[in-house]
Design a protein. Structure first.
Length: 361
């Protein structure tokens, strides 16, 4: 059977104070009264039933995620005791699926992404599953048609079209976040796509690849898997998961594997990981290029290029003679910083903890 695995484990520190440890960004209603996680589930419903959808999240979020997605069986919400990056979130999901259905296929998605329209993705997923029938040892990914020289994303180099299935290409290389000149050269060549971070493969294949390239992690995951379905599951998972090497699936497996293929998605795609991307994706611009997000109420005098977010439309944010700021107001915390300094939010949260103010994180 085919399954979908949605990774929803990030704490969303780059969206503090909107996102909190007990209210992660994935369940905040950012998209027309719908959360990113609900959006992720809804877009794949045409080909996956609720019983075929699994969510991997932080253990502390598991219950709230389950309540947020009432149609998904509770046993399909898997909580990680500690974040160990995408290779281990995927490895844990694959380990569980291998116990439930050893011949299963799995498609992997992120809860941080906005994809519109949904139809190109659905068609690409179906094509990927068809390709696996012809080449079961393949690792399949999706490239996003690059619309500009983005320096914050990885790139996939597309090879010659496969003769196995039309519209499918071998991935000749993974290229991590390039500088502006390199990214521009990639775009001009026409051979590169943005790396979407979405995948399709047989469950047994990804476990073999993890065993090949990350043998220490594979051994731990196998040990964890032996306890699945037993009373010892929680105890073993809590004791062993933190011992896994923290590494992404791209660095750990995809960049080193040989049998990697892709198809290209021509759609609007955004990875919502910062206030900049949130503003670009759903922000409403005024005549001074101030962007308001959610139901924010805002008035200004001679203020330009600001990002304004209020947790309540009943709370007014007003500015005079300020430019290039991010202003985020919630019921118990307010952030004011320069737009170019939002990458220091993790540092700020550490400072808040050090000041014994963790109730605000």
């Amino acid at each position: 059977m085919n399954y979908a695995v949605i990774m929803a484990g990030g704490s969303g520190k780059r969206l503090w104070p909107l996102s909190r440890k007990n209210r992660p960004k994935q369940i905040i209603d950012l998209l027309k009264d719908q959360s990113l996680l609900q959006h992720s589930v809804d877009r794949i419903k045409p080909i996956f039933s609720p019983e075929q959808i699994m969510v991997v999240t932080n253990n502390e979020y598991a219950q709230v995620v389950s309540e947020h997605l009432p149609d998904i069986p509770r046993e399909n919400i898997i909580g990680e005791p500690i974040g160990r990056d995408t290779s281990n979130a995927i490895g844990l999901a694959a380990t569980v699926l291998s116990k439930r259905d050893p011949s299963s296929n799995m498609a992997v998605f992120s809860a941080d992404q906005i994809i519109e329209p949904h139809e190109p993705l659905i068609e690409a997923i179906q094509r990927a599953f068809e390709f696996l029938e012809k080449r079961p040892e393949a690792l399949f990914t999706f490239g996003i048609k690059a619309s500009y020289a983005h320096t914050g994303l990885g790139y996939l180099k597309k090879g010659e079209e496969s003769d196995i299935l039309p519209g499918v290409f071998p991935v000749d290389a993974f290229k991590e976040k390039p500088n502006k000149n390199t990214a521009s050269a990639y775009i001009r060549s026409g051979d590169y796509c943005w790396n979407s971070g979405m995948f399709v493969w047989k469950t047994s294949t990804i476990l073999k690849q993890i065993d090949r390239f990350l043998p220490h992690n594979s051994e731990r995951l196998d040990f964890i898997g032996h306890s699945y379905g037993s009373p010892e599951w929680d105890k073993v998972l809590n004791s062993e998961f933190g011992k896994l090497e923290k590494i992404s699936i791209d660095y750990g497996v995809m960049e080193r594997a040989k049998d990697v293929y892709m198809c290209q998605l021509d759609c609007h795609w955004e990875d919502v990981g910062s206030y900049e991307t949130l503003s670009e994706t759903i922000g409403i611009l005024d005549e001074h290029k101030n962007s308001t997000v959610l139901k924010s109420t805002y008035q200004q005098i001679n203020s330009f290029n600001n990002i304004i977010i209020s947790g309540s439309e009943k709370h007014l944010i007003a500015t005079i003679n300020v430019d290039d700021l991010v202003v985020v107001h919630t019921s118990d915390a307010t952030l004011i910083c320069h737009r170019d300094e939002t990458d220091r939010l993790k540092e700020l949260i550490d400072k808040i903890h050090e000041a014994d103010l963790s109730q605000f994180t």
